[in-house]
Ligand binder design. Structure first.
Ligand code: PZK
Length: 284
């Protein structure tokens, strides 16, 4: 990733996305990198960055009535990154990862099995991996430094961090985004098990949805027709890569094996399918 291109100055890189300053704005650039089992695999998935960028932009529009967003332009960006970059407002970021969960998986499942509660929210007994929760729950986490694992925090702890008023607003808006998103995806056969949102605030304190929204990189998407509580659910986008990785006998330590062409191509087709199913638009 270049240090400077067309006046964009590199600021920060996540696993699969890069952030640049661009005049008074920021550029969020989605790469074709793919992670599985916490590794970045080679090669990337062609068009993945563009597909997820278009999906995120589509969701920001759908959710405009729920919450403001950071999008300034998806066209007024450096030509090299056209399609994969979003020009966005520079915000004061809220130091909490806002997660809503409607189903039991991942860290939420682990926490439930230990405490029959997640992030301080008590849950009924008898739930299993993949179970639908009686109500979606707000399960915020701290933003752990790279390499460390995020930990759930209670609403009370969010309040201590950012104030009770903002904490309550984060909870309300996160759950509303999840409900709307899960309802729309659900009509199209996609379960949104959980989703992670990031918020920022403008100088006047207005809450703004930032980062990416309701993409397979920020959410667990499951094909509804294959949902079966009691086992690990199939991932809409990454199942093929995971199955292939396991089939190679890889021990999930470096170096990761190189993904074969046919798995890359099938995985690209899954990202296109997620995009087309959810938006109802055709990719090509
Ligand atoms: C911002 N991140 C996380 C995401 C990365 C890092 N609109 C904004 N204003 C100010 N800061 C941020 C945003 C946004 N979005 C987001 N860190 C800062 C992040 C993706 C790639 F490298």
């Amino acid at each position: 990733m270049p240090l400077e291109i067309d006046g964009a100055v590199h600021l920060h890189s996540g696993k699969v996305r890069d952030l640049y300053t661009f005049g008074d704005h920021l550029l969020m650039v989605a790469s074709d990198r793919i992670s599985a089992y916490d590794f970045i695999l080679e090669p990337g998935i062609p068009d993945k960055g563009e597909i997820l960028t278009r999906l995120s932009l589509w969701w920001f529009e759908q959710l405009a009535g729920v919450v403001a967003n950071h999008v300034v332009s998806d066209t007024d960006v450096p030509a090299d990154w056209a399609g994969r970059a979003i020009r966005c407002r520079r915000l004061e970021m809220v130091p909490v990862e806002c997660i809503a969960r409607g189903y039991l998986a991942g860290l939420g499942l682990t926490e439930y099995q230990k405490n029959q509660a997640i992030a301080g929210v008590p849950l009924p007994a008898g739930l299993v991996e993949g179970s639908r929760l009686p109500e979606p729950v707000f399960t915020p986490t701290t933003k752990a430094p790279v390499g460390e694992h995020d930990e759930f925090i209670t609403l009370g702890e969010v309040s201590s961090e950012v104030g009770a008023e903002l904490a309550e607003e984060l909870r309300r808006v996160t759950l509303e985004v999840y409900r709307r998103g899960a309802a729309i995806a659900g009509e199209r056969g996609v379960i949104v098990a959980d989703t992670k949102l990031e918020f920022g605030r403008t100088a006047d304190g207005t809450l703004v949805l930032a980062d990416e929204v309701l993409t397979p990189d920020s959410s667990r998407f499951w094909p509804a027709d294959r949902w079966e509580p009691g086992r690990t659910q199939l991932s809409f986008d990454k199942q093929l890569v995971r199955d292939w990785a396991v089939s190679t006998g890889w021990d999930k330590r470096p170096p990761a094996p190189v993904v074969p062409d046919e798995v890359v191509e099938l995985t690209r087709a899954r990202y296109v399918e997620v995009f087309e199913r959810i938006t109802g638009e055709s990719w090509a």
